[in-house]
Design a protein around this ligand. Sequence first.
Ligand code: FES
Length: 423
Amino acid sequence: MRRIGEPEKPIRMTYDGAEIVANDGEPMAVSLLGAGHAAVARSPKFHRPRGPACMRAACDGCLARVDGVPNVMTCRTPARDGAEIVTQNTLGTRDVDLLRVTDWFFPKGMNHHELFAGVVGVERIMQGFARRVAGLGKLPAQIEQSRTAERRSVDAFVIGSGPSGMCAAIALAEKSRRVEIVDDALELGGSLRALAPKSGAWREIEDDFRQMVNAGKISPRIRTTAAAIYGDDVLVIGQQGAEVISAKTTVIASGAHDGVLAFEGNDVPGVMSLRAALFVLSRGVLVGKKIALVSLSDDSTFADALTERAVELGIDVVTSRGLPVKVHGTSRARSVGVRDGKSSDRNAPKVRRLSCDAVVVDTPRAPAYELAEQAGSRIEHRPDGFFVVTDRGKIRDGFYAVGEVVGTRFDAKAMRAAARQIA
Ligand code: FES
């Protein structure tokens, strides 16, 4: 992994005491990848190396201690001059974690609740050891004072600033509603940040949205998480603290999680979702020199974007339509075995081994249904995940859901139409 060109706004941070140069404001996980560090974290129990895999706060591959605060999701934390990033959860160094032996001693897994239980003497030693090594990170260097949540009333409140959220905000603003939109990412746009569209329908959505923002009709906030819905209230956590927002209209556009496939080595650093890889690329960092793109998705939007970027950048992308069965490598992906074909038919005979230094997996995404369910929507299980069932976008009076969370395909026209309907 390396940076394409020099950072535009260079800053300096330290990673385990060594200086790294990064771009001001980019996600720290991108800075670490750009500095060549694919393995950033360790799994809690077996201490396997882990790397950023989702770039959207949904895995634990980017956790580190930052400026004395443990378990910071570096994919959601902006790089800033002077920041100190430290590896956590290791005994030894970042590269040589002695607790990794746990994985080798127990290749078939380990039930730590019963380990040496009842063996006189050994039981106590094991308990003492387990207490010392259990958990993730060490307590923060400073205690943060608690703050009181504020209560606010809002006219129209949109959760999620991906293309569906943007379309909803635009459509509501066109109806003269005063719109607030929040997103937990470091910038607006959701999946559009991965696509980085220069023209076309996706770009038009962005341009319309920016115009509305500039005209003061939409107020956006980043790094702000809609954490839960209680009755008619939305609990929102932002940089200034917590708020309880009650809106006349709340639109949930929470999008979809990257699909996660169960296969051997799916946690090896260098294995990431296609959307995450594109996002890292859009920030000027290569996820690999030779990328194996393993695709199970019928939607080629993101795969096409990667192919296009690869041509521009002169990187090698080997695309394989099939099911990944094993990633080889320990602290970095070295190759991937792919069973040809679209289905999950594990009896299909042929497994091809692709050599690579990054494995990018493109699977159908699973709706991020949690908030909609809290708002009272019915949830239906389909092969790709739990989908929010609405009455043409309506969950109940005042609550609506749009976009991938309700199964709208990732298509600009379809998203615009759904947004207009709820508006
Ligand atoms: S949680 Fe940060 S990369 Fe997945």
